[in-house]
Design a protein around this ligand. Structure first.
Ligand SMILES: *Cc1c(COP(=O)(O)O)cnc(C)c1O
Length: 479
């Protein structure tokens, strides 16, 4: 057989103009316009040229590709005119997966976003008085209600400590920490334990945020042990605040010591210095009721006397991306007046989503919040769904197994807490685990699985029950 040189193959590639003029592409030009089609043609031809150049396309390969040119152009057009941000099925079992958008929203939040955003709203308008209003009042009233409530299992707030709690919202928890530090400690020192100088996934580092806030970090103690006396000895005339940071994504075990939040609060009060706590996940209910231990709630922190608590809206709270600052009305009032607050403010979509999520809490309708619903799913229930999914694969090319495993809360909540689950182990003799996970990701919607020790695992805890069918159909179609 005569082999064709690359330069000959290059000569066979048509020009962009030649392709555009083809009559079988006229319908594409009519539908998408000349500019979009020209772009798509250029991209497809560039790809073919690269494939010839790298030796991926030979004589017959190129012939085939040219025969299917119009369909390739059509595909390219569809790709460039469709959304880049799209839904995926999270079968990893990591509930608050930052890469997968953290908490899914409750339906009422979606409805409320739609109604608040599709038309004008009273975002900053006092309807009764007919004059300018404040955007934060929409959620502050609900936070007040929730944080005044002493839930089962949480520490009752001693009367002497009870103060008016106020809440403001910014873009994310990193912004909340920045705002708190800048407001209370710009130009002064903030004392933090060396065991809490954390980096949270995606470049949130306490020392870096501290620098940006204008405060000076005063480290005390050691990685594994910090005593109350370390804080006390570090205090000087420049000290403006104490900061406690939740060890969101790691644990220190063994020979360790850390004063309790109550002891820190007492020291702060004695010295008349505010205590800030970066709680990270910020549960609004006592998770011990849901079988999760070791995750302090916002209410606990406030009850123990923390002056300002910061937490994320899209972690355990189960709402939109936001950073929440709850604390004494006096301090929160100072943060509201800081010009940074204006720079970090959130839009009406966030307020709408947050308000709807908080209302579900006020109504104790925890099952309406996907995060809390997934958290409460028992291993048996997940097992039943997993078995049903496995049954749809009987007699197919899949070899499957169902094993015990653990789901992860993620998002920096209760790093030591594991949720027992059942896992579907997927195997195909002709595909490696890596290849299999690529196939799953190329489904529509993409299915994101866990790959562990050379096995592909699906954890249905984080899959919405109505998606089980979609997964079953997708698995059938992978041949
Ligand atoms: C997650 C987390 C943050 C960052 O919160 P974002 O909302 O992602 O900005 C900060 N501190 C702690 C302790 C966290 O767990």
């Amino acid at each position: 057989m005569k082999s064709v040189t690359k330069s000959e193959l290059f000569r066979r590639l048509p020009s962009v103009d030649d392709v555009i003029r083809r009559s079988d592409l006229k319908y594409l030009v009519d539908a998408h316009g000349q500019i979009a089609v020209t772009d798509a043609v250029r991209m497809v031809l560039t790809r073919l040229r690269e494939e010839v150049s790298s030796g991926l396309l030979d004589d017959s390969g190129l012939k085939l590709a040219l025969d299917e040119l119009s369909s390739a152009i059509n595909k390219q057009l569809l790709k460039s005119t469709s959304y880049s941000l799209r839904p995926v099925i999270n079968a990893t079992g990591v509930m608050l997966h930052t890469n997968l958008g953290r908490a899914p929203l409750t339906h009422t939040a979606l409805d409320h976003i739609r109604e608040a955003a599709a038309a004008y709203s009273n975002l900053e308008f006092d309807i009764e008085a007919g004059e300018r209003g404040k955007r934060d009042i929409h959620v502050d009233r609900l936070f007040r209600k929730l944080l005044a409530e002493v839930g089962p299992g949480s520490t009752p707030m001693p009367q002497s400590m009870a103060k008016e709690i106020s809440t403001i919202v910014v873009n994310n928890n990193a912004a909340a920490v920045l705002l708190a530090l800048n407001t209370l400690a710009d130009g002064g020192e903030v004392i933090v334990s060396r065991g809490e100088l954390v980096e949270i996934g995606g470049s949130f580092r306490i020392p870096d945020v501290m620098v940006k806030s204008g405060a000076v970090l005063h480290e005390v103690g050691t990685t594994n042990r910090t005593r109350l006396a370390d804080y006390e000895n570090a205090m000087n005339e420049c000290t403006r605040a104490l900061l406690r940071v939740h060890r969101s994504n790691f644990q220190i075990t063994g020979f360790t010591e850390q004063p309790s939040i109550g002891e820190l609060a007492e020291l702060a009060r004695k010295k008349d210095i505010p205590l800030i706590e970066d709680l990270g996940s910020g549960a609004l209910v006592d998770l011990r009721n849901f079988g999760v231990s070791g995750e302090p709630s916002v209410l606990d922190s406030l009850a123990f006397g923390v002056d300002v608590v910061t937490y994320s809206g899209d972690k355990l709270l189960g709402g939109p991306q936001a950073g929440v600052l709850s604390g004494g009305a006096g301090l929160i009032g100072r943060m509201r007046k800081n010009s940074l607050f204006r720079a970090l403010r959130v839009d009406k979509l966030t307020y709408a989503a947050l308000e709807a999520t908080l209302l579900a809490y006020v109504k104790h309708d925890y099952d309406a919040i996907p995060t809390l619903r997934m958290l409460r799913l028992g291993k048996e229930e997940i097992g039943t769904r997993t078995e049903a999914l496995a049954r749809t694969l009987l007699g197919s090319k899949w070899s499957i197994d169902i094993v015990d495993g653990e789901s992860v809360i993620g998002g920096g909540a209760a790093p030591s807490s594991v949720l027992p689950t059942r896992l579907l182990v997927l195997m195909r003799s002709e595909l490696s685990a890596e290849e299999l996970s690529i196939r799953l990701r190329s489904c529509d919607p993409p299915i994101i699985a866990r790959v562990e020790e050379g096995r592909v695992l699906l954890d249905l805890r984080t899959v919405f029950p109505e998606q089980d069918q979609t997964i079953a159909a997708a698995l059938q179609s992978i041949v």
